[in-house]
Design a protein around this ligand. Structure first.
Ligand code: MEV
Length: 437
């Protein structure tokens, strides 16, 4: 799919599902059957049965696109699969604020770390130095094992040794790190295979016993940095002027920098966006979660993955997110999962780098939206407005009536299912639907 002419889709959320599909087809040149991959039942029981064990069904989540994103100058639709209301709306709203300058990303090379643990090393100093001396030979051997990856510009790029302890219940313990550029693969299988292949030789060189051989999910060699800058005029809310909101968001960022309890929630707001894209695109989101939180603690104290500062010129806010993001656009669930393939198409993410950039942009956007809401009216008002729309639909409202019922519920602050049925019945002049037991 080519990138859409514009991702600025005003009023997209007001359309029905079929109309949204029609707009996206028109905008992004998807074929008529393009959305079959995310129709209920698109992942067949047979395919699901081949993916994991003991399958008894297929578990569905809503699949949506966040709009308004411009990432590295490219208009982009961000696919999201998530159960939490407000994440798609909040990130689309934040992306609208970021549009004038866009999200700008930089990525390291996609280098993953494989660990070979070596225990019972009699002399860790001698063992480590023997391993360092053998490094070039081990690296060359590792490269020979993955010739096709090396042809594509990737492959093992470095080896290093760390001493964990000189003596203990497992004797002296060393760990060898094999750094592998995985190109467009997430790389878990690749790295694990290499570690297993090199383990015995490595242990023999160190004079110890091979222990665990597995990748590290702390992928601090594979990070994305995302920046955005928001003009004061766009930060303003109904009740607060732009400069006031800017100062409040910078203060919220400092709160997260000072307090791990707040940093955890701040980062949860980031992962709302990141995970939604990871799930939609069939990625190992547990791996990214593990890496993100380990990375957030690397300085010895858990901290925020994104920070916000007032622009030095005093007329806006600058945000920066840095986090590890190990994703792939080949391998994994992508071979078999039709929805994940469609999500990559919609996002125009044909490389792992681009996918990581989009995940990071989504994370910075959800963080901005959360901080702006928290720093002004609190998040409940927005949540309640969305919840009211959900209740209006469940009560039977369609089209304009959804907004009218939701507006009345939100205005009275009584956002409940029975009240939604009452309001809908009155506005539609229809008999009230009975609650199904
Ligand atoms: C809720 O899913 C996420 C927030 O708690 C994030 C935050 O507090 O920054 C709103």
């Amino acid at each position: 799919m080519s990138s859409p002419r514009s991702s600025r889709l005003t009023g997209f959320y007001r359309l029905g599902v079929l109309e949204r599909r029609r707009r996206l087809r028109e905008l992004a040149g998807l074929p008529a059957e393009g959305f079959a991959a995310v129709d209920p039942g698109a992942l067949s029981l047979d395919v699901a049965d081949g993916m994991i064990e003991n399958v008894i069904g297929v578990y569905a989540l809503p699949f949506a696109v966040a709009v308004n994103f411009v990432v590295d100058g490219i208009e982009t639709l961000i696919p999201m699969a998530i159960e939490e209301p407000s994440v798609v709306a909040a990130s689309s709203n934040a992306a609208r604020m970021a549009r004038p300058h866009g999200f700008v990303t930089t990525l390291t090379a996609p280098v993953m770390i494989g660990q070979i643990q070596i225990t019972n090393v009699a002399d860790v100093v001698a063992g480590a130095s023997a391993l360092r001396a053998a490094g070039p030979e081990l690296l060359a051997e590792a490269r020979r094992l993955v010739p096709r990856l090396a042809d594509r510009g990737g492959g093992p790029v470095a080896i290093d040794v760390r001493t964990l302890t000189a003596a203990g219940p497992d004797g002296g313990v060393l760990v060898v790190h094999l750094h592998v550029d995985c190109r467009d693969a997430m790389g878990a299988n690749l790295v694990n295979t290499l570690c297993e292949a090199l383990a015995d030789r490595t242990a023999a060189i160190a004079g110890g016993r091979a222990g665990l051989r597995i990748l590290s999910n702390l992928t601090d060699g594979r990070t994305v940095t995302v920046r955005c800058s928001i003009d004061d005029a766009l930060l303003a809310s109904e009740d607060a002027a732009g400069p006031e909101v800017r100062k409040a968001i910078a203060a919220a960022s400092r709160f997260a920098e000072l307090d791990p309890y707040r940093a955890a929630t701040h980062n949860k707001g980031i992962m709302n966006g990141v995970d939604a894209v990871l799930v939609a695109t069939g990625q190992d989101w547990r791996a990214v979660e593990a890496g993100a939180h380990a990375f957030a603690s690397l300085g010895g104290k858990y901290g925020p993955l994104a920070v916000w500062r007032e622009r030095p010129t005093g007329d806006g806010l600058d945000g920066e997110l840095v986090m590890p993001l190990a994703v792939g656009t080949v391998g994994g669930a992508l071979h078999v999962h039709p929805g994940a393939r469609l999500a990559l198409e919609l996002a125009g993410a044909h490389t792992a780098d681009r996918l990581a950039a989009l995940c990071g942009a989504a994370g910075l956007a959800t963080n901005l939206a959360a901080l702006r809401a928290l720093a002004t009216e609190g998040i409940q008002r927005g949540h309640m407005a969305l919840h009211a729309r959900g209740l209006a639909r469940a009560a039977g409202a369609t089209g304009d009536l959804v907004d009218r019922v939701a507006a009345e519920l939100a205005a009275t602050g009584d956002v409940k299912a029975d009240r939604a049925r009452e309001v809908f019945a009155r506005l539609a002049g229809a008999p009230m639907l009975k609650e199904t037991p």
